[in-house]
Write a protein that binds this ligand. Structure first.
Ligand SMILES: C[S@@+](CC[C@H](N)C(=O)[O-])C[C@H]1O[C@@H](n2cnc3c(N)ncnc32)[C@H](O)[C@@H]1O
Length: 298
């Protein structure tokens, strides 16, 4: 039986201790470490970035020679790093891409989306809204990724999930479904990861039929990232002390409401390493992100 929902669980306390703004930071950290998606000097775009947990990890991974752009419906408190740029953007609005391009004219090595809709408790509706956001994120990614780049998005597993997988398979050389350790046991969210973006030629491509086998794996970093654009004057929210241990923002409805894990989510879980009460110590990787500043206690 799933454990009762504990809003101040292990990862919440760990995030607070490390000065991270949301427990979801550990999800992207695990994905980055497992798949080596970013390096120093890369450009990364984070959609649905408030309050900034993902963005803190991504900013550290690209370092000061890189660019980390975060956008959300909500303002994102300043991270105090000059290579981080944020703006209030509704990804469902027609001017979303223009606003993103104002923040960074070049292309991105990685696009992440942790966007979650405001749930209403009706499963099919909530899943459909989640998929709408993922598809919007994918459409933005297609227009801003470098060939060979990667896309990570949170999705609530539902009826249309196989169709989404096919859409990704048409656009990326490899596709993975990941359920990071920090996802609550009761949640049915997973992250889809596409690596080896096929580039402009794939835009508008019709997804292969269901029975077509997955695309062969290709190099994940086939093309170099263009140099980062110079810092520009996009408005930032007022500065706040970096890593102020603000209470982690409720990271999305699927994390705040206990749900029975659907069969599909269980299947995704089954493919990852065996679950443990506490996560194993993180393994160092060849493309290790820069160390964070020492954590301040709340
Ligand atoms: C789970 S939270 C993101 C947490 C974030 N990844 C972090 O680590 O701090 C989901 C976010 O998606 C944002 N969101 C939902 N719909 C959106 C939309 N249409 N455009 C932009 N952001 C959206 C919400 O405002 C919310 O901040």
């Amino acid at each position: 039986m799933a454990k009762p929902y504990d809003p101040k669980d292990f990862y919440y306390r760990k995030a607070k201790k490390q000065g991270l703004r949301a427990r979801s930071a550990f999800k992207i950290e695990e994905i980055l470490h497992r798949h080596r998606l970013l390096g120093r000097g890369d450009a990364v775009l984070d959609l649905g970035a408030a309050p900034g947990g993902f963005l803190q990890i991504l900013a550290d991974a690209v370092g000061e020679k890189g660019v980390a752009v975060g956008v959300d419906l909500e303002p994102i408190r300043n991270l105090g790093k000059r290579w981080v740029r944020t703006a209030v953007v509704d990804l469902l609005a027609p001017d979303a891409l223009d606003k993103i391009r104002l923040l960074h004219e070049g292309r991105f090595r990685l696009v992440t989306s942790d966007m979650a809709p405001k749930t209403i408790g009706i499963k099919v509706t909530d899943e459909a809204r989640s998929l709408e956001l993922v598809r919007m994120a994918l459409s933005v990614a297609e227009q801003v990724l470098v060939p060979g780049g990667a896309f990570v998005a949170k999705v609530f597993m539902g009826g249309d999930f196989p169709a989404l997988k096919r859409e990704l398979q048409g656009r990326f050389a490899a596709m993975h479904v990941i359920r990071p350790e920090a996802v609550r046991e009761s949640s049915y969210e997973v992250y889809v990861l596409g690596t080896g973006f096929r580039g402009g030629a794939a835009v508008g491509r019709v997804a292969p039929p269901a029975e077509e086998p997955g695309a062969p794996a290709g190099p994940e970093r086939a093309a170099p990232e263009p140099p980062a654009a110079p810092e520009h004057a996009a408005p930032q929210p007022p500065a706040a002390p970096e890593h102020a241990a603000a209470p982690a923002k409720a990271a999305g409805p699927a994390e705040t409401a206990p749900r029975k894990k659907p069969a599909a989510a269980k299947k995704a879980t089954a493919t990852k390493k065996p679950a443990s009460k506490k996560p194993a110590a993180r393994k160092p990787t060849a493309r290790k992100p820069a160390p964070r500043k020492p954590a301040r206690r709340a």
